[in-house]
Ligand binder design. Structure first.
Ligand SMILES: [Zn+2]
Length: 143
């Protein structure tokens, strides 16, 4: 038996599914662009080696960030299909509706998110092609 969503009706789930699919597509394009840029940087003849290195490391970091975000979105879609979407994976409580509307790929309620914030520091996904990554300590990307 699948757990019926407490607050999310079929129409809500449909909206979140669309949002997640759009975000997934957006991230895939961004990842592709970033990979392409990395390849271009490597092929750039005449550029100073240290400059190439710097550009390449930025691209690699960007790729890792995008990949991590893509994974979160993909996992959210999996949970949606499984009927677990909208519930905190840690405590099992329904995630606050307001929170779900702004960070629809999240898997934690606000309370658990606060607790986890030291290890999961990249929840914000940029809007309009801009990616905001919040690193609390160093550049640790959960893979
Ligand atoms: Zn929780």
């Amino acid at each position: 038996m699948t757990q019926p969503p407490a607050k999310l009706g079929e129409s809500d789930l449909q909206i979140y599914r669309t949002l997640l699919l759009n975000k997934k597509a957006e991230l895939q394009v961004a990842l592709e662009t970033s990979s392409l840029r990395l390849a271009e940087t490597r092929e750039k003849a005449g550029a100073r080696p240290d400059q190439i290195l710097q550009e390449a490391s930025v691209s690699v970091l960007m790729n890792r960030v995008l990949f991590g975000q893509l994974r979160q979105v993909a996992e959210a879609l999996d949970r949606l299909e499984a009927g677990d979407y909208g519930y905190c994976v840690t405590c099992g409580d329904p995630i606050e509706a307001k929170r779900l509307q702004s960070v629809f790929w999240t898997q934690y309620c606000l309370v658990c998110r606060e607790k986890e914030s030291s290890s999961h520091s990249m929840e914000k996904i940029g809007v309009g092609g801009v990616v905001y990554a919040h690193h609390s300590q160093g550049a640790t990307v959960r893979m």
